[in-house]
Structure formats: C-alpha cells, structure tokens
Write a protein that binds this ligand. Structure first.
Ligand code: ZN
Length: 282
C-alpha cells in the first residue's frame, strides 16, 4: 500500500496545510479518506486525476473533512468517470442529494451542462454520449463497526470519541497483503481505537493539542497530545507513527520540534509529523 498525504491541516485557513485528506493506493484501487478543503488541489498536484479515486470514506462530517466533496464528485463526473463509491456516516446521503439531487444546490449548473446544446456539444466532442446523466455517486451510509471487503483489501472501523452525539465519528483500518494501515480520524483516546491500532504497520493519527497546552476541561480528554499518541502507539505495537491535523500555532519551529522530540522519547525514532504531499509505503 502507498499513502499520500493530501491534507495535513485543520479547519484553520493555512497555506502550508490543506484540511484533512489521505490517499491510500492498494492494488487497482485508490481510496481517499476524507476530503477537506484544499484536498482536491493537492490531488491534482500529486499527479492524479479526480477520476482515479475509486472509493471515498468519510471518518466524520466536520466541514474540514468534507468541504471538497462536491468538487471531487463534480470533476470526476466531468471526466466521465464511473460513479464514485462513497462511504460515510449519516447524513452523507442527504448531503449528496443536497448537492446533486433534482433540487440540489448544483441543480441549475447540472441542468445547464446537460440540457443546453452548446454544453452538449462540448461533452460530445470529448467523447461523451447523450443524454448525459447527472453525477450519481454510490453512497453507502455506515456506522462504527462497518466492514468492507475490497479487491485484495479489507476495511474495518470503530467509533472514536470526538463530536458525538451530533456527529458519528470513526477510525478506519485497511489490511492488504499482510500489511495494516490505520487512520484515526479525529479521535480522543479509547480502547476501541487502541485495539484497531494493534500491530499496525503504519498509524496515521490526528493531533489537535501540544503537550503542556491548556484547553477547556471538556476538550482535554478528546485531544491527545503528541506524548499521549506516542504512548498509545507504542502500547499497540505500531510499526511507524505519523501525526497529522496540525494547526498554525503548532508549526512554530520550537513547538514543532518539541512535538517530534516528545513523540520520539515515548515511541522511538520511526515517527514524524507529516506535510502535504508526503508519501509513505505501508
Ligand atoms: Zn473533526
């Protein structure tokens, strides 16, 4: 498997880091985990096309994990790609209809592109045929514990504490060819995540708060620090630890350096804070 980081940031507007998005390639499939703002452009910068994505999994539906969803679906449709397979917690079906349904916010655009003769001619000139159907991603609403058998890979999931009860939030593990990749989503520490991480070859874990950084008492148990994450990863016998979802203040050189040191002292050398467009073999 190969991991490409398409968005290592947070909801904060930040040129260095797009919001959450991670590409995992395994066999013939290209799986995208989350699709936050800026992920679409980084997908193009990484040399791939929207139509290359075969599966999209949403860990949860905070905006910084789905703001580029409509753009990805629309662009893949415009390339003539087969319908994208989309998996995410409710209400992803309603959100999809809200964009692409008959009365969706993009319905005027889609009517213009599919009904006006000049647009039809552009479509035909690119090899398309008429009538031109609207984008119709294959949406499956999933709950924590969802499992999926892909072509040579399996996905499993668990609930992680983050934005309940408003949002279902989950972590994912993908196993292929004897290797295991885990993506935490946005996750507070919990036994289920620790079990999902057991003996993972690569764990990609969010981080929203640094060691020694204060937070609201309700926020503290939901936002593990680099030390907390590294301790959990070591206990779970993870092979390599990557930390992501970094915010602007966390990238100040002294703070960034201290976070790496804290992780190394708990976990060992094979850990890092990722940057956009980094790639890793799993
Ligand atoms: Zn979130």
């Amino acid at each position: 498997m190969k991991l490409t980081v398409l968005g290592s940031g947070s909801p904060e507007a930040y040129a260095r880091r797009a919001s959450s998005g991670y590409l995992l390639e395994t066999g013939k499939d290209t799986i995208l985990f989350d699709c936050g703002g800026g992920v679409f452009d980084n997908l193009l910068r990484s040399g791939r096309r929207p139509s290359d994505i075969t599966h999209l999994f949403f860990s949860h539906l905070h905006s910084d994990h789905m703001m580029d969803y409509a753009r990805l679906v629309h662009a893949a449709w415009d390339e003539g790609a087969p319908p994208l397979k989309v998996f995410g917690p409710a209400p992803i079906a309603r959100i999809t209809q809200g964009y692409f349904g008959p009365d969706g916010v993009l319905s005027h655009d889609l009517r213009a592109r599919t009904e006006l003769v000049p647009s039809q001619e552009v479509w035909k000139a690119r090899g398309g045929t008429l009538p031109r159907p609207w984008p119709a991603p294959e949406v499956t609403e999933i709950s924590p514990g969802f499992r999926h058998n892909g072509d040579g890979w399996t996905l499993s999931s668990c609930a992680v504490p983050h934005a309940q009860p408003v949002l279902d939030c989950m972590a994912f593990a993908v196993e292929a060819a004897g290797r295991k990749f885990v993506y935490s989503g946005d996750a507070g520490p919990c036994n289920a995540l620790e079990q999902l991480c057991a003996k993972a070859d690569l764990l990609l874990h969010w981080c929203y708060r640094l060691d020694g950084e204060g937070a609201h008492p309700m926020m503290v148990p939901l936002t593990p620090t680099p030390s907390d994450i590294a301790r959990m990863a070591r206990k779970a016998e993870v092979g390599r630890l990557l930390v992501t979802h970094f915010r602007i203040h966390m990238d100040q050189p002294d703070r960034h350096g201290a976070a790496v040191e804290a992780m190394r002292s708990e976990f060992g050398a094979d850990c890092a804070i990722v940057e956009d467009l980094d790639t890793y073999e799993v």
